[in-house]
Design a protein around this ligand. Structure first.
Ligand SMILES: NC(=O)c1ccc[n+]([C@@H]2O[C@H](COP(=O)([O-])OP(=O)(O)OC[C@H]3O[C@@H](n4cnc5c(N)ncnc54)[C@H](OP(=O)(O)O)[C@@H]3O)[C@@H](O)[C@H]2O)c1
Length: 321
């Protein structure tokens, strides 16, 4: 099968399409013919080794010194089941499914444990289904599990037009929050269309220097220091550092242990129950991933180059036919 391979850290053209063996099917696995995947900010970070400060050494030791030991990138995919292991009971060939896991997604086939796979929302195509999880799971875990968002809370989403931010705006509205999105003027209409009650253009207004107060600040950009945000964080407020340096993450623990306002960070994990939750929201029309561009598999290096700009609106999809 064809797969996009990244053997060393570097610019987009380190990604090459190559022939690799098809994955072996275990007894509990389904074999998915992948119809769509995405190139995300995580793929950009890993491929280019552009990491938040303080993580370089840990990532080299854990993931690979000069290039990723697992050279097939990607973290989400959607496709059709084409074969099932002997012990599989919930899926059959022909089923349309989606799944999330870092690595192995930029390939024509995937063998995935059946308990890590969810049926595709009936109302989404492969591209949208593939793009459900990167932003969706991150927004869900930070808002629901870390911040314990409550109805009526005032939520500010910094970076509201990216994959994570556009999901956070939609999910915060689902949790009945009052949402302010921070984005450039070019993306204001998009962010409003996702449900934001108010939009701030970061070029003309610094949200940390206003009289507004927020119960939750969701930072998907990485330019929100706690000291800067503190004046606009209401008592009991939570600053969510979706992007943070190692120093900020350690600082988060110190700030949070002092009571009052909290700084919360970490990495979003993948749970199948959450895939099913996102599927339910998608089918109810509450959450729909924003798709910016779709590239054919053969042009995946161009997709990386576009993601590298840091200017994408929502998600960049790769179509495999
Ligand atoms: N902790 C975790 O588990 C976790 C999980 C997923 C992602 N992440 C991290 O979250 C970050 C965001 O990911 P993503 O996929 O949403 O990125 P993305 O889609 O690449 O973000 C691009 C968007 O950011 C906007 N933007 C750029 N500078 C901005 C600024 N100063 N203020 C407001 N918006 C700005 C851009 O809009 P304009 O063009 O209009 O500026 C663009 O729409 C990444 O750094 C990623 O590594 C962390």
């Amino acid at each position: 099968m064809k797969a996009a391979i990244c053997r060393r850290y570097g610019p987009p053209d380190v990604v090459e399409i190559a022939d690799v063996p098809r994955p072996r099917l275990g007894a509990n696995d389904v074999l998915i013919k992948v119809r769509a995947t995405t190139v995300t900010a995580a793929d950009w970070r890993l491929r280019s080794f552009n990491l938040p400060r303080g993580f370089g050494l840990f990532v080299r030791l854990g993931v690979g010194i000069s290039g990723p030991r697992q050279p097939i990138l990607g973290s989400e995919r959607a496709g059709e089941v084409v074969a099932t292991g002997q012990a599989v009971s919930r899926f059959a060939p022909g089923d349309k499914v989606f799944a999330a896991r870092m690595g192995d997604c930029h390939a024509e086939y995937a063998a995935v444990r059946e308990d890590a796979v969810a049926p595709m929302p009936a109302n989404l195509g492969f591209g949208e289904a593939a793009a459900l999880t990167f932003g969706g799971l991150t927004a869900l875990i930070f808002l629901r599990d870390k911040a314990r968002i409550q109805p009526g809370e005032r939520v500010l989403v910094n970076g509201a037009s990216g994959a994570v931010g556009s999901a956070a705006v939609q999910l915060a509205k689902h949790f009945k929050a009052i949402v302010t999105g921070v984005c450039s003027a070019a993306n204001a209409e998009l962010v409003r269309s996702l449900g934001a009650d108010r939009v701030i253009d970061y070029v003309t207004e610094d949200f940390t220097r206003t009289r507004e107060r927020y119960d939750i600040i969701f930072d998907a950009v990485g330019n929100c220091a706690f000291d800067q945000c503190k004046p606009v964080l209401a008592p009991g407020g939570r600053l969510l550092l979706v992007v943070g340096s190692l120093g900020q993450m350690i600082g988060a623990m110190v700030w949070s242990s002092r009571g009052g306002r909290k700084v919360l960070s970490g990495v979003a994990s993948v749970r199948t129950a959450d895939l099913l939750f996102l599927r339910t929201l998608a089918e109810a029309g509450v959450f729909k991933p924003v798709i910016d561009r779709t590239y054919p598999f053969a042009r995946i290096a161009d997709a990386h180059a576009y993601v590298d700009t840091g200017r994408k609106r929502g998600n960049v999809v790769i179509a495999l036919d």
